[in-house]
Design a protein around this ligand. Structure first.
Ligand code: CMC
Length: 392
């Protein structure tokens, strides 16, 4: 009989070899293709990071221009997809709409679903990166009953997304460069994070050679959970519920209570046993955005700062090495920009799409790639004879 190692949650099982992202959880280090995340957040921008993740090296000026032109050419959605959006209930969560619409791309873009053709694979990668902001923005517009706003290719990637979310046919939205930069940083910080739940889902779905759009839809579904990408929404809702710094203590005690299932959202990470390096950049960006918007004495930010300070000094959080993660501050920035909480996870999804598709590409190009097929430890009944219903 075969003997298998039982590793619930895959805490010590490597599912693949990868050259894309490296995390040192003890030091709190995150590298994309060897480059530290804080340098990329400071000096690079999202589309350059997309190129780096997809192709392995930073582009030169001509390569970047070509890549940006290719992405820009694909920002519109097939016009018939409008009907697809309209089929959803108005109060559907934008993540529910995204799961459906991204999966439906396989029905609209047949010419990029043959994964044995390298050119078709590349077109699928570009299409996904280009169209995801449009899909997320339209899911938002649909949820608030406003007309869809078409992409503007004269704007950079982040500004175009803000434009599609906040412009209306009656009023142009002038994108503030500081807000566009903050959005670009949020995208860069979320772009990839090695074999997390949603990325592993994409790889597993792709290992059967399913078409890339269906695989990315599987990633969107996995990301939605509050233990993963849904934590940014859950974190802001928690901060609102806490309401003010003087209630922080009560919630920290609640999180420590073994008989209470409550957890501090935006704290803890499977891999980081130190400060999440993305959270540091996020914290600085939150301050910049709130200063720009003239938000003073914001109770949510004050509560977040008090909570962070209290938890970092707390014996329970210290002993379990629970530090703020990327989602702790991202919600504060997004809310200040005018996004409702339901849009936080879609923004994570559109940012992570490049990571998913880069990991998918790496897997498909890997000559030792096999279909993912975990085994199990069977703990059910031994073989027994069927009992007729009248004898049960
Ligand atoms: N608040 C209170 N206690 C916690 C927390 C928390 N946020 N996170 C972990 N713990 C405790 C947990 O109760 C457990 O205690 P014990 O050893 O006594 O049973 C111990 O710490 C280890 O937790 P775990 O659930 O076994 O660890 P994990 O690696 O399976 O989970 C996690 C990681 C991120 C799911 C978890 O820390 C969590 O639920 N955090 C809150 C949700 C969150 O912020 N998620 C975003 C993650 S970053 C963005 C992303 O990658 O998606």
């Amino acid at each position: 009989m075969d003997v298998f190692t039982y590793d619930p949650g895959f805490t010590s099982t490597a599912s693949c070899e990868s050259t894309i992202t490296f995390i040192d959880g003890d030091k709190g280090e995150l590298l994309y293709r060897g480059y530290p995340i804080d340098q990329l957040a400071e000096k690079s921008h999202f589309l350059e990071v997309c190129y780096l993740l997809l192709f392995g090296e930073l582009p030169n000026a001509a390569q970047l221009e070509d890549f940006e032109n290719r992405v820009t050419r694909h920002t519109m959605l097939h016009e018939q997809m409008v009907y697809f959006f309209r089929g959803f209930r108005r109060d559907a969560h934008p993540m529910a709409v995204m799961c459906g619409v991204v999966g439906a791309m396989s029905a609209f873009y047949h010419d990029s679903t043959d994964i044995t053709d390298p050119w078709q694979r590349e077109v699928a990668q570009i299409r996904l990166i280009a169209k995801m902001p449009t899909i997320a923005a339209w899911a938002y517009k649909y949820s608030i009953g406003q007309p869809f706003i078409y992409p503007r290719n004269d704007l950079d990637y982040a500004s175009n997304f803000l434009h599609m979310c906040f412009a209306t046919p009656c009023e142009e939205y002038v994108v503030d460069p500081i807000l566009a930069r903050a959005m670009d940083r949020i995208m860069t910080l979320h772009a990839d994070h090695e074999q997390n739940a949603s990325t592993s889902t994409v790889r597993l779905a792709g290992s059967s050679h399913a078409n890339p759009f269906a695989c990315i839809a599987a990633g969107v579904a996995s990301l939605w959970g509050p233990a993963h990408g849904g934590a940014n929404q859950a974190c802001l809702e928690m901060l609102r519920e806490i309401g003010s710094p003087d209630r922080v203590d009560e919630y920290v005690k609640k999180a420590e209570d073994k008989n209470d299932s409550f957890r501090l959202m935006g704290f803890g990470h499977r891999v980081y046993k130190n400060y999440d390096p993305r959270a540091k950049v996020m914290q600085e960006t939150a301050k910049e955005v709130l200063d720009l918007l003239g938000v003073k004495d914001n109770p949510i930010l004050q509560t977040a700062q008090a909570l962070e300070k209290r938890a970092l000094e707390d014996e329970y959080f210290i002993s379990k090495k629970l530090y703020p993660n990327v989602d702790f501050y991202s919600g504060i920035i997004l809310e200040a920009m005018g996004f409702p909480t339901a849009m936080f996870t879609p923004i994570f999804a559109l940012s992570r799409t490049v990571g998913w598709i880069s990991q998918w590409k790496e897997m498909i190009e890997d000559p030792v790639q096999k279909i993912g097929r975990p085994r199990q430890l069977y703990t059910g009944a031994p073989m027994r004879d069927y009992i007729d219903i009248e004898k049960r």
